[in-house]
Each structure stands twice: as C-alpha cells, then as structure tokens.
Design a protein around this ligand. Structure first.
Ligand SMILES: *Cc1c(COP(=O)(O)O)cnc(C)c1O
Length: 383
C-alpha cells in the first residue's frame, strides 16, 4: 500500500494538492465564443454554434452525422429509440457502467440485460458473450428472443469504459450473427480509436457526453452520432419535439423530446473541440507516466489501452489486489489524491436487481479492484 501511494504521488506535480479526479480545461476561445452568444442574443436552442459544433464533431470523428443534445443521457435515449428499441424488448448492456446507460433503456420501456466485464479492457469478452447468447437465445418468428423471458433481444450497448474501446469488431460480428443492433455508449470515449477508426463508427448509432467531468465539456451536453442519414434525421426530429417544418402554427407529428443542445453550450463545445488534440496529447502523457510508474509493481496493474486501440485515457485506472481498495482510497484522500471506486454494478441497484443477467461473480470481484486516478489534462505541463 505504501508502495502504491508513493508511485501515485510520484506521477503528480510537485507541491500541495489536492489533485481532483478530473477538471475541465478552458484555455482557448471558450470566453470569446460564449460572449459572442450573449452579445448576439442567440443563447437558446437555435443558433450557428450548434451547427458548427455538430460539424466539428462529425469531421473529427469521421462519423457522417452528429446531433447535439442537452446531455449524454438524452443522446443515449434518442440513440436507442432510433436503433429500434421498443417497449418490451431486452437490451444487452454491461453491468459495469454508469447508471445513465441502464436508465436510457428503461426510458424506452425496455429491460436491461446485464453482461459481464473482462479484466483486459473492462468491457465485454466477446467469446464469453457469444457462448452465453448461444445458451439463452431462441428464434421466434425470425427474431432473436431470450428463451427464459420470451422477450425480443433487440440491441447490444457497447460501453468504452474510462475511454478504452471495447472489442468492437468482434461485438459487431456477434450482433450481425444474432440480428442485434449495435449501439455504442461512447460517452467517455471522444478521441478514442479502435483499429484506426474513431468509436461511433462501429455501432448503427452512438452517444457522446460533454458533462463537466468528460474529456471536453459543454457544461451539460451530448451528441448522437451515426453514419445513417435516415437515423440522423429521425434523431434530430425526436430531439426537437418532433416539430414539422412548414406549418404556420406549431405542428408536431409524434411525442418528441425537448433534447436539443442550446447555442450557449455549443459555443463552449466548439472552443473545446479546437483544444481536443492538445487535451488528448496531455492525457496520454499523464497515462504514460502512470504506466511507467506501475510497470514493475506487483500490487497493482495500470490498465493500458487494448491492442489495436488508441484510448483517450479519460480516467486512468488501476487494478489493485482484492480487499485493498477502500483503505487505499482513504489514504489517498488524506494525501489530497482524489481517487474513486467504480460505479455500483447495475444489477446491484434496487431498480435493476431483478433484470436478467449473466453470471456476475468474476465481474463483482473485478469491479471491487478498480481505482480511478486523478486524470485532469492540467496535471501535465505545456511541454
Ligand atoms: C457520462 C456518461 C453518460 C452520460 O452522462 P450525462 O451526464 O447525461 O452527459 C452515459 N454513459 C456513461 C458510461 C457515462 O460515463
């Protein structure tokens, strides 16, 4: 434990802490663009910055369409709806995720079906998932269904834990084999690539988040990404209260949502997009520092980017020995090192306790070993 703390301290800047888990960095045009919104009066849900921010997202990721939303949860909700998730469906989703992923499934009146996490990348192990699906799937009228509940298994949500991409090629193959739609919860993974392609390319549709603690922030915000023009159009429609253009009186053709990102937030986002490459460079330098510090440590393993991946290292992550985490978190806090455990696994939350689930013993032991480390880009200097 002393050894782990000493190595951690050595990765952080000289001087007094505290060193927060993740702080935003505003060093570019943030003030100027937000001021421009205020000066022009265009602060709300229409305005040029929304278009410019969406263009910046799609040109950066290479995904053809981006629809900016009020937050990542709203983006996920819309992504699942346009992916065809319907009331009564089941949606496969990692148990190791933030609650928003499960909540968005419930907003569609579908049921989360929890899948296990693998130690290597903290995402699903495609082989284990495939074996599980072979066991539980039956085909009813050409639709893959859960043999135990009789419900259609509609989609699989990949989630790139702490910025490390899932094995998306293998997951996409499983989805096409069983007729599932792949949706990516890429909330933590702006800037992350897998096999050279930015995340969001592999799913039919993906969601990003720009919450204050993510790699870039719009205050609150999110975006739906998709290469499918029809899905993009539908996402935009649903997020804009399903308003139909060309009517003098406001006309809406279904129950939509007030989910569009305001111009004020998009102005912040555009400035952050301009800084993204620099933020990524600094985060990867910090990750390299942690990685080198723990390379020969027998009591903890630093989670490195998977093979074939360029991770954004949103939150640096250490796997410690069983039963060590809580004492380590307490002692780190006293030293001003703001570390954090993983989320409570979804199948342990009261509202999701009765949802279908893979065997979770190994995932529970794994999750209890996770420690997220201070990861702000400003922990690395300008050099
Ligand atoms: C941050 C996050 C979201 C969305 O969060 P918002 O706060 O709604 O922007 C969704 N899923 C995961 C895994 C996240 O980390």
């Amino acid at each position: 434990m002393d050894d782990i703390l000493a190595r951690l301290r050595g990765c952080l800047p000289q001087g007094e802490g505290p060193w927060p888990l993740h702080e935003p960095s505003f060093q570019g045009h943030e003030w100027a663009y937000v001021k421009d919104c205020l000066d022009s009066g265009w602060v709300s849900s229409v305005g040029a910055y929304v278009d410019r921010f969406e263009s910046a997202l799609s040109s950066y990721t290479g995904v053809a369409h981006a629809v900016a939303t009020v937050n990542g949860t709203a983006a996920l909700h819309i992504a699942l709806l346009v992916a065809g998730v319907e009331p009564g469906d089941e949606v496969l989703v990692p148990a190791l995720t933030f609650v928003a992923t499960s909540n968005a499934i419930r907003y569609c009146q579908a049921t989360p079906h929890f899948i296990a996490a693998d130690e290597s990348d903290l995402g699903p192990d495609p082989q284990a998932l495939d074996a599980y699906l072979r066991e539980i799937l039956v085909e009813i009228d050409g639709q893959a269904c859960n043999a135990f509940t009789g419900k259609p298994l509609r989609a699989l949500v990949a989630m790139h834990s702490f910025g490390h991409p899932n094995r998306l090629d293998a997951l996409a193959e499983i989805c096409s084999r069983y007729g599932l739609t792949l949706v990516e919860d890429a909330a933590e993974a702006l800037g992350t690539r897998y096999q050279g392609l930015h995340v969001g390319h592999w799913g039919r549709v993906a969601a990003l988040s720009f919450n204050g603690n993510k790699i870039i922030t719009t205050g609150g915000g999110g975006a739906v990404l998709t290469n499918d023009q029809d899905l993009a159009r539908r996402a935009r429609h649903l997020a804009t209260t399903a308003k139909v253009a060309g009517h003098r009186e406001l006309f809406h053709d279904e129950t939509g949502f007030n989910y569009r990102m305001p111009n004020l937030n998009a102005a912040l986002g555009l400035a952050q997009m301009e800084a993204l490459n620099d933020l990524l460079r600094r985060k990867r330098m910090l990750a390299q520092r942690y990685q080198e510090a723990f390379v020969d440590c027998s009591d903890a393993r630093f989670v490195e980017e998977p093979p074939d991946a360029d991770s954004n290292y949103w939150l640096n992550t250490l796997l410690v020995g069983e039963g060590v985490r809580d004492a380590l978190l307490d002692r780190a806090e006293k030293l001003g090192i703001q570390a954090r455990p993983a989320w409570t696994l979804q199948h342990r939350l009261p509202m999701y306790r009765y949802c279908p689930s893979m065997e979770m013993t190994a995932t529970e032991r794994l999750a209890a070993r996770i420690v997220n480390l201070p990861s702000s880009p400003n922990l690395v200097g300008e050099d």
